[in-house]
Design a protein around this ligand. Structure first.
Ligand code: AP5
Ligand code: MG
Length: 189
């Protein structure tokens, strides 16, 4: 299965991908996780990305494309993948299509996880207290939401226009959301 998970910050992309990766036995590829690992490692990429992430803005398309292209060509992604956090704007969405066509792995489905803004803000506030992710401060979260509305929301229409989009309600318990996603994947299989 080749899946893109879409949704606002805090909508549950990472949480759901972590469950699906076990069920489907395909890797969970989160660009946020890859970037945070680069920051942690202190690599050149990480140093460039940190300030951008802490402002809640998007890391450049060139850097992201290099990162995702390399990851998608790894051996473990040959049988499918769950993408979380990529693509995040229309240019990334087009670039991803080109890469996937070139490696002969076209997307099966894009799933948009819909959660009310107040709920995602509350979830992130809770995570900020529990985990202290450096971009979960109130100011940065506001910026991430704005970037999502302006740049990432159009990606939902991009996949809808191609007939590849399914929307799932991301409210309720983690298990309830997972059941809804599984139901979508069953119709795709
Ligand atoms: P990224 O790491 O992708 O962050 P994000 O999209 O803002 O999303 P989050 O990880 O905050 O939320 P999520 O949807 O994964 O939700 P989660 O499962 O954690 O990106 C971070 C930054 O990296 C970006 O701002 C950008 O700078 C850069 N970046 C990344 N990709 C990029 C790209 N392609 N291009 C350019 N820049 C890029 O859930 C949130 C919380 O809610 C958790 O605590 C969870 O336990 C809880 N929760 C989940 N589900 C439920 C539920 N059903 N009920 C109650 N709580 C729940
Ligand atoms: Mg995440």
């Amino acid at each position: 299965m080749r899946i893109v998970l879409l949704g606002a910050p805090g909508s549950g992309k990472g949480t759901q991908a972590a469950i699906l990766t076990e069920d489907l036995q395909v890797p969970h590829i989160s660009t946020g996780v890859l970037l945070r690992a680069a920051v942690e490692a202190g690599s050149e990429l990480g140093q460039k990305a940190k300030a951008v992430m802490d402002r809640g803005e998007l890391v450049s398309d060139d850097i992201m494309l290099g990162l995702i292209e390399e990851r998608l060509q790894a051996e473990d992604a040959k049988g499918g993948f769950i993408l979380d956090g990529y693509p995040r704007n229309l240019s990334q969405a087009s670039a991803l299509d080109v890469v996937l066509e070139r490696i002969g792995q076209p997307l099966d489905v894009a799933i948009q996880i819909d959660v009310d803004t107040e709920q995602v803000v509350a979830r992130i506030a809770k995570r900020a207290q529990e985990e202290g992710r450096s971009d979960d401060s109130e100011e940065t979260v506001r910026k991430r939401m704005q970037v999502y509305q302006e740049q990432t929301a159009p990606v939902v229409d991009f996949y809808a226009d191609k007939g590849q989009l399914t929307r799932v309600l991301g409210e309720g318990t983690i298990e309830e959301v997972n059941h809804r996603i599984r139901a979508v994947l069953q119709t795709e299989a």
